[in-house]
Design a protein around this ligand. Sequence first.
Ligand SMILES: CC(C)(COP(=O)(O)OP(=O)(O)OC[C@H]1O[C@@H](n2cnc3c(N)ncnc32)[C@H](O)[C@@H]1OP(=O)(O)O)[C@@H](O)C(=O)NCCC(=O)NCCS
Length: 397
Amino acid sequence: MLSDAAAPTVRILETSDDVEAAFEVFRIALVGLPPLSVPAVEFHEPGRTFGGYLDGELVGTASSYTTHVVVPGGARLPHAAVTRVGVLPSHTRRGVARALMNAQLADARQRGVSIATLRAAEGGIYERYGYGVASHVDVVTVAARRARLRPGIAVGGGVRLARSAGAWSLQRAIYERVDPGWTGAISRTSEWWKVRELRVVEEKQQFVVAVYGPPGAETGFARYHPDGEDLVHVDDFVAVDGVARAALLRYLFSIDLVETVRFDALAMDDPLRVMLVDERPVRTTSIEDEIWLRLVDVPAALAARTYRGSGEVVVGVVDGVVPENAGAYWIGAGGAKPSTAAPQLTVDVAGLGAVYLGGTSWRQLAAAGRVSGDLALVPVADELFATESAPFCGTFF
Ligand SMILES: CC(C)(COP(=O)(O)OP(=O)(O)OC[C@H]1O[C@@H](n2cnc3c(N)ncnc32)[C@H](O)[C@@H]1OP(=O)(O)O)[C@@H](O)C(=O)NCCC(=O)NCCS
């Protein structure tokens, strides 16, 4: 029964029954998501599932995985990978998601997490909680028969295929050994791997894992599944270096009967096009937002990344949710630190999240009216925040 007076309450769910009920709430919220055959407690990280209540009834939930994220310069920061946010359709727009997101943020701060990221089902939900779009991905199809690698590319040997149940532990072992260090990469928890495997196995998806490198010292893998008779989807692609990348690409483009290889997520500066003799077989089908990033601890996150150039700027940060983050920060090639100087450029924390990994520019933010102050300093800020590569995570959660 609806009650105008009811304010949502939130608590961390610990018992198997509560965790199961929360997963059920999430599935109903995310219309059409099939159940999994094992109890939710087997793939939830203890202490990370929140329940949102109205009138004593569990009506919403939000979870996270505890991982690290790589920031510009290579530092790995404590990170919350926010996932499974949902409110029952019967109880939406009554503040449950807000209560959950705020409680989750407060908990993450208390645990020393510097950054939270998520993937958004819709674009209008998360900016109000301080999340900004920090990276995009290129969704591409490749006409495989016309895709030839340039002759000068070092390719190495062939790949081998892993198809059995052991393919999952192998992918995980490779990912952990490779330990991706590109800006935006995250570590993956055992719960994350479990959910991936369960979804694929229970949807009876035929999948193949192509692996590159000697057993025990592999440097990359591509997991793909067929879609129709002549198309394969690449669901996961991990390569530690150019040789592994080229070997896996050469394999994918040479599978008999396959006309089209689809990559659901490539970095915006992925070298694929440039690696081909003719880049026309590669077509972007869409560009989608990937990392939504929230600076949970602004001073820690700003101090942890590196900056370029010789300029400096004092940035004012507005944060309506975490007041401790609000303030002025001096940023220069030597680093970043809180400052008592007057801010020269002011931005809200979601805007800072968008530029933090270098995937959105200050110029773009300014054009969107999201930066105030001395806009002549925008190019200085852009030089400081520029990164070697476009940020990219490559892990969906
Ligand atoms: C999105 C969802 C979690 C929001 O939950 P909710 O409890 O209705 O959200 P709240 O009542 O706390 O709303 C907080 C604010 O967000 C706004 N909002 C909520 N859902 C929104 C949406 N889908 N798009 C735009 N704004 C939204 C509300 O209008 C409110 O705005 P205000 O700050 O101006 O008052 C819920 O609608 C849901 O579960 N949707 C389906 C599943 C889903 O999309 N989950 C997210 C997976 S990433």
